[in-house]
Ligand binder design. Structure first.
Ligand SMILES: Nc1ncnc2c1ncn2[C@@H]1O[C@H](COP(=O)(O)OP(=O)(O)OP(=O)(O)O)[C@@H](O)[C@H]1O
Ligand SMILES: [Mg+2]
Length: 273
């Protein structure tokens, strides 16, 4: 067995004595899409930041290809994994192609050969080629999200020459996208995973798309992983009731479990402190 591209081993993270993530274990393997679902405040983004190396766990370990992620030089980590944060605000006026080119920073000089066409190719895969010359700050929310996705694709494409085993970590990548672009982005994610062998982790609030695209589903609640498995095992009425406090009613099986929100009923309880 090859070591996972990124792996959490009982990794936890606390702020002022409160555990935001309790000893969580998860392996991100090549060619597989893992989706994390869970309510607001469940610890999904915090866990993703642990897996990306942005946060350092105060218990347990995050390993990448068998070594502690903290031991990797930043340029090497940048070749191995790209990250799309939940919100990406920018303080300075950058052009779109400059943002995508940021995916090349940190290790650009070390990569063999040039980067000809990588920025353009990444923009095209994110359906953002027509935005290349625009000011990022003037883009719509969904357009900005596609440009951030293009930046991660650009980073992986360039880094692949040095680190052929890679991970892509996406925090709510389709939150601002229209239906067509949701599907287009998830199809591009699938191509990265199944076509290019990238280990993908995506935090998703759309449970139907999570079940449809994920090879492996992880449910988090209260800072803990509460269920893992293939979507048909994890996305059950009982799990959704327990984690999201919603009764889903009839749950049709349309090539996998599906939820019809218009037939759901909230279980009216305030969020626990
Ligand atoms: N630096 C911090 N200090 C204190 N509390 C924090 C900090 N960062 C996150 N939290 C809290 O930890 C919990 C988990 O946050 P996190 O961002 O991981 O949630 P999430 O599952 O990504 O939620 P969402 O679906 O809303 O994005 C939240 O209750 C949040 O308020
Ligand atoms: Mg979040």
């Amino acid at each position: 067995m090859m070591a996972p591209v990124i792996e959490a081993r009982a990794a936890g993270y606390s702020v002022r004595g409160k555990a935001l993530v309790h000893a969580a274990s998860l392996a991100l393997d090549e060619g597989r899409i893992t989706a994390i679902i869970g309510p607001n405040g469940a610890g999904k983004s915090t866990f993703l930041k642990l897996l990306s190396g942005e946060l350092v766990p105060d218990v347990g370990q995050i390993r990448s290809l068998g070594t502690d992620i903290g031991a990797l030089p930043p340029w090497r980590l940048a070749c191995r994994r790209a990250v799309m944060a939940q919100a990406s605000r920018l303080a300075f006026p950058f052009l779109v192609h400059e943002i995508v080119r940021m995916g090349l920073e940190g290790y650009g000089a070390r990569a063999a050969g040039g980067f000809g066409g990588i920025v353009e190719g990444a923009l095209a895969r994110a359906d953002a080629a027509h935005l290349a010359g625009r000011q990022y700050q003037t883009l719509s929310g969904g357009e900005q999200q596609r440009v951030q996705f293009a930046r991660t694709l650009c980073q992986l494409e360039a880094g692949r020459r040095i680190e052929p085993r890679q991970a892509l970590l996406l925090d709510e990548p389709i939150a601002s996208l229209d239906l067509c672009h949701q599907l287009a982005l998830m199809d591009a994610v699938r191509e990265a995973a199944h076509g290019e062998g990238v280990a993908v982790l995506a935090v998703l609030h759309d449970l139907n798309l999570a079940a449809h695209y994920a090879d492996y589903l992880v449910a988090m609640n209260g800072g803990r992983i509460v269920a893992t498995g293939v979507p048909s095992e994890v996305m059950t009425p009982g799990l959704i009731r327990a984690v999201f406090r919603v009764d889903v009613g009839a749950m049709p099986d349309i090539a996998g479990p599906a939820i019809l929100p218009q037939f759901c009923r909230r279980i009216d309880e305030p969020t626990a402190a």
